[in-house]
Design a protein around this ligand. Structure first.
Ligand code: ASP
Length: 315
């Protein structure tokens, strides 16, 4: 049976000159580590759900991506995290939004999905749920990094001088996500984010919204998005791609490209990774770059930040 895995670390990729070679190497190594973690689950016959969780966990723990440790600050200088996971075989899903104390929100989303009901918990209720589940609880400062602090300072200045609209994707955005097809033919998707820098407290993006930033349905596709969440919600991007495949007969590539084209009309940064029922992988984006990666059927780990794709050895 075919297995497949793809990840993204957000379309808010930094311009190449903004990090040292060592930092770029580390960011790529963390993408490769995420792929290896997810692939290890799939290769031993594990579920797509467990694979996407394993892959996202690595990126939540990495300083390089806007999710978990390294998440964006909101306008109050705090972190409010959103995450979700979906099982394409049952359409079960779990999601949390605006949580402040869960070290790995993707695992809390999976625990909530397994509980079955409710599907989405917000703020303190989400944090309390994770605590009852015995998941790691941290102080909000755990998520803070110097880079994100600088992003917040520059967005505050932009706000004052009226140039917030001109901020680069890297100053504002980022998200992590994974999509997988397991050996039983089941699809899953997971997404986790700090949202965007200087977002108003209480703002919830597309990442925890099933059908928008995250969607999985067996026989069609699994999708995880990154970019200005408000537009992913308006177009129900994940569900839109599944519907273009299911009802309009488009290929995964045609459907994903059409979704990105729709978003691009609004002059917003947008990207996604998606896997089809046959294991086809696509990773379109319209921004300068997108942290992304996938494993090809021959077991080669592919990682990219901008246009060039690097092979990082066998899985
Ligand atoms: N989609 C995320 C949000 O709107 C941010 C991003 O992916 O850049 O919260």
């Amino acid at each position: 049976m075919t297995i497949a895995l793809a990840i993204h670390g957000g379309c808010g990729t930094l311009p190449k000159a903004e990090m040292t070679d060592a930092e770029w190497a580390e960011a790529k190594a963390h993408l490769a580590k995420s792929l290896r973690a997810g692939w290890a689950v799939l290769a031993k016959g594990g579920s797509a759900v467990d694979a996407v969780e394993a892959a996202v966990l690595v990126m939540e723990d990495s300083v390089h991506f806007n999710a978990g440790h390294g998440a964006a600050f909101n306008a109050d200088g705090e972190h409010e995290l959103d995450a979700s996971i979906m099982d394409g075989s049952t359409l079960a899903a779990g999601a949390l939004c605006a949580v402040k104390r869960i070290r790995n929100p993707v695992s809390a989303a999976k625990a909530l999905m397994h509980r079955g009901d409710p599907l989405l918990l917000t703020g303190p209720a989400g944090d309390a749920f994770a605590q009852t589940e015995g998941l790691d609880i941290v102080e909000n400062e755990y998520f803070s990094t110097e880079r994100r602090r600088k992003n917040l300072a520059s967005m505050k200045i932009r706000e004052l001088v009226g140039t917030a609209g001109e901020a680069s994707e890297a100053e504002k955005h980022g998200t992590v996500g994974a999509v997988a097809l397991d050996a039983n033919g089941h699809l899953a998707a997971a997404t986790s984010t700090g949202g965007y820098t200087n977002k108003p407290p209480g703002r919830v993006g597309d990442s925890p919204i099933i059908g928008a930033g995250t969607y999985a349905r067996d026989g069609r596709c699994a999708v995880s998005g990154t970019g200005k969440g408000e537009f992913f919600i308006r177009y129900c991007i994940g569900h839109e791609i599944a519907s273009l495949i299911g009802y309009a007969g488009l290929s995964l590539k045609e459907a994903a490209d059409r979704a990105i084209a729709e978003l691009t009309q609004h002059k917003i940064g947008a990207g996604l990774v998606a896997v089809g029922a046959d294991g086809t992988i696509v990773a379109p984006y319209n921004s300068e770059g997108m942290y992304r990666g996938w494993v090809t059927p021959d077991g080669l780990v592919h990682v990219a930040t901008h246009a060039d794709v690097e092979v990082m050895g066998q899985v």
